[in-house]
Ligand binder design. Sequence first.
Ligand code: FAD
Ligand code: SIN
Length: 539
Amino acid sequence: MHPDTDATHLQYDVLIIGSGAAGMSLALTLPEALRVGILCKERPLEGSTYYAQGGVAAVLDDYDTVDSHIEDTLRAGDGLCRESVVRFVVERSPEIIDWLVALGVQFDTRISASGRSEFHLTQEGGHSHRRVIHAADATGKEISEQLYAAVTQKSNVAFLTDTIALDVITTNQLGLGSKTVCGLYAFNQTLQKVQTIASPRVVNATGGASKVYLYTSNPDTASGDGIAMAWRAGCRVANMEFNQFHPTCLYHPMAKSFLISEALRGEGAILRLPNGEPFMSRFDDRAELASRDIVARAIDFEMKRLGCDHVLLDISHKPADDVRRHFPTIYERCLSFGIDITTTPIPIVPAAHYTCGGIMTDLCGRTDVDGLYAVGESTYTGLHGANRMASNSLLECLVFARAAAHEIAESTRPGTTFLPIPGWDASQVTTSEEDVLIAHNWDELRRLMWNYVGIVRSDARLIRAQRRVRLLRREIDEYYEKYYVNRDLIELRNLAQVAELIISSALRRKESRGLHYTLDYPNRSTSAEDTVLEPTNYL
Ligand code: FAD
Ligand code: SIN
């Protein structure tokens, strides 16, 4: 037996990779008769969901309509959303909020003009109404904690923490024909062993891939593992060129990944140049409330034009009590860096925030591999098109997780027989004494993605990036073949795979649309096409 192999074969009726909004709401919706395992690479609450600030977009007020939410989403998506999918999601938004409230999620309320208590709805970019339900500026924390509390009440669900899924296993990899999932290999960081877990239903709820960029609002979990694993298992991925850069992340040497919610602009914050001049109305009639692609590009343009390293976001003209009440987390965090946002503009820069493309699924989360599902940010469902509208992501996670859970419940019998899966073979590998190679490759990859595949692109930059990423991938694969796995190596291998998918997709798009802006093709083409990559037909 080699040190990173474990003979223990775990078995679940349903195995969910990821404990964010997508993974936990799916687990909660499955029937109690199914034995469910939830893998997470850190503790259960760690992931993008926990850090979500602004809220959840939903049609909740009398003055709002499903059609208006759909229209705003289509406009933000710049011609690439699938309208039927947008309708599917938006129509379910009120029942999703009811479900969360029934679980105990406490959203902010206010007293209406008629003296009624009602939800306080905030405003964000791209929305033509106040439509975003929230728990102050820590909506993700509130949702995650309530989902977690509910999941831990279920005796049929077990968390497998500090355990990283390495690769899903399919029947055709085992020489058994057809492409059907039968389990996965996972690296248990506590035991320092690769475990084999058998399951006829594997759900990929692993979140996005924004760690592929040097500067990101995302936590460390967002390394695109699920997208890379699904691709290796034979799933198509789509629209990987559409990486969303959030316009406003705190610019401070000690503030790793801290987002300043778009809701600040919804409540009246103004973007200013370092000399105090507002500038957004020069770029879009909606000024600060234009969609995110437009605002991030405008900031990037101004920073390059002036040679400055940040711009400012100013909410100091609003009543200090209101600011502290609505944005307590942001207020406290900025104060800890010496910035009182009630009196001083906040230095901000754009940073990678959201992966709009991903694993292709249908409306029930099914992928191209039988038994393999995907939900949440790791997917391409057709909702977001070329640019996700603010606060539509948590909504997508919840709607698709519940739809997938219903499908799995109907198609899965408890106690199915599990296929025998060979254990992880570590007989040919050894301990690395050169971890510096991995650390260097991490930095090189994320830096080149930031410099060459960022907010503004060109063919020359993309081709350079592609050449370098292919070389990095070769080096990483050689390393993977030789040494025991660890978290850094697993994530780097996945990030490099995802980087290549992003660059290939970007090179295929000969136009500028939504989040993909290239100097070589600055105009939008008349026909809107998804970029679909297939593992079997890929150069
Ligand atoms: P996540 O919540 O990221 O969870 C992923 C899970 O997968 C984690 O448990 C992780 O441990 C696990 N995982 C990943 N890889 C592996 C692996 N190999 N093995 C085992 N486990 C693995 N969206 C909104 O709609 N509204 C907002 O207000 C909002 N604010 C945001 C603020 C911030 C700072 C960020 C970063 C994002 C925000 N978003 C917001 C986007 C939204 O939070 C995410 O898109 C959404 O939470 C993704 O949920 P998820 O369940 O798909 O993934
Ligand atoms: C934010 O609060 O600005 C993030 C919202 C989102 O990403 O949807």
